[in-house]
Design a protein around this ligand. Structure first.
Ligand SMILES: [Zn+2]
Ligand SMILES: [Zn+2]
Length: 322
């Protein structure tokens, strides 16, 4: 018998706006080095699976820490492909609970824990209302595996299969070791709440839109960031996929067209705007550039963006990234 009593979800306060943490003195910064490194692990739009793309997932490294934003399908494989170990990420932030943003969460919870390297620390997850409950259900769904590996057979770390889950509200949700992460509400239609995030470190910053139609709140919270990573929908290419009319309208109304993105970029004024989770390919960037003169790039899997004195973009090429 598997005892569900042994499930080891650690319930943090169910609604935490601020996770207090000691802000330690920063090490001497070398301004020649980038202060924030972003790796677009997965950039695919929507739920359709394509072999050449992983689902939406973005890794941000700052202040010696790693933060994962969303965990779409294939993002664990991309993490390993980027050169990091499976247990290289223990802090995950969810923009919203649509499946194409979270379906690899079981991989991040279970596989690094039961691999020979044995993650020995809990997985921490921040997300909208429902996140804590979802993580508890995930542990229940995998109760057999957890019980056998932890209690009977390999005796894998008890600590490493714990989850510290937090249902967040808008505001500063993480502030430790010089890295501040702020969650802000965006507008994803019926999907409420849905969040975007802003990461600040050493005077540098990046914001992620999550899924949203044009959001005034995003503009307010993202103002002046170095890099803005934004979703988009090209309704022309979507139409070619022949969805039902009702579905077509719902998709377009819950996302941001290239022209709307151009307006957002103009008002936020990032040094670099990057599309990720954008339906429509190069046409999205072409349409955006017609009315936004600033720097815009189409994201692709394993693209690396370094924010320092310069904002450097490295696309996946031959050879390893690290
Ligand atoms: Zn999405
Ligand atoms: Zn969504």
């Amino acid at each position: 018998m598997i005892s569900l009593m042994r499930l080891s979800l650690v319930f943090a306060c169910s609604s935490i706006a601020v996770v207090p943490g000691e802000v330690r003195a920063q090490p001497q910064l070398n301004s020649a080095l980038p202060q924030i490194k972003i790796t677009l692990l997965g950039t695919a739009p929507g739920p359709p699976v394509r072999v050449e793309w992983a689902g939406i997932s973005t890794l941000i490294e700052a202040g010696g820490q790693r933060f994962l934003f969303d965990a779409g399908y294939g993002s664990m494989a991309r993490l390993v492909e980027s050169g990091l170990p499976m247990d290289g990420v223990t802090k995950v932030f969810l923009t919203h609970l649509h499946s194409d943003h979270i379906v690899d969460l079981p991989a991040f919870l279970l596989l690094p824990w039961s691999a020979p390297s044995e993650r020995g620390v809990p997985l921490e997850v921040w997300g909208p209302a429902g996140t804590t409950e979802m993580m508890r259900h995930l542990q229940e769904a995998f109760a057999f595996d957890i019980h056998v590996r932890r209690d009977l057979d390999e005796k894998v770390s008890e600590k490493g299969i714990e989850v510290i889950a937090r249902d967040i509200q808008e505001g500063v949700i993480y502030n430790q070791n010089g890295v501040k992460i702020t969650a802000f509400l965006v507008d994803h239609g019926a999907v409420k709440p849905a969040f975007g995030y802003r990461v600040d470190h050493a005077g540098r910053s990046v914001a992620l839109s999550g899924d949203t139609r044009p959001s005034e709140n995003l503009v307010a919270f993202s103002k002046g960031v170095d890099v803005l990573i934004h979703e988009a929908i090209d309704e022309v290419s979507l139409r070619k996929m022949a969805p039902r009319e009702e579905l077509f309208r719902a998709i377009v109304e819950h996302h941001t067209t290239p022209e709307q993105a151009a307006d957002i970029f103009r008002r936020v004024g990032p040094r670099l705007a990057v599309f990720s989770h954008a339906q429509g390919g190069p046409a999205v960037v072409d349409r955006t550039r017609r009315s936004h003169p600033g720097r815009v790039e189409m994201g692709e899997d394993l693209m690396v963006i370094e924010i320092g004195d310069e904002v450097v973009v490295r696309r996946r090429g031959p050879g390893r990234l690290r």
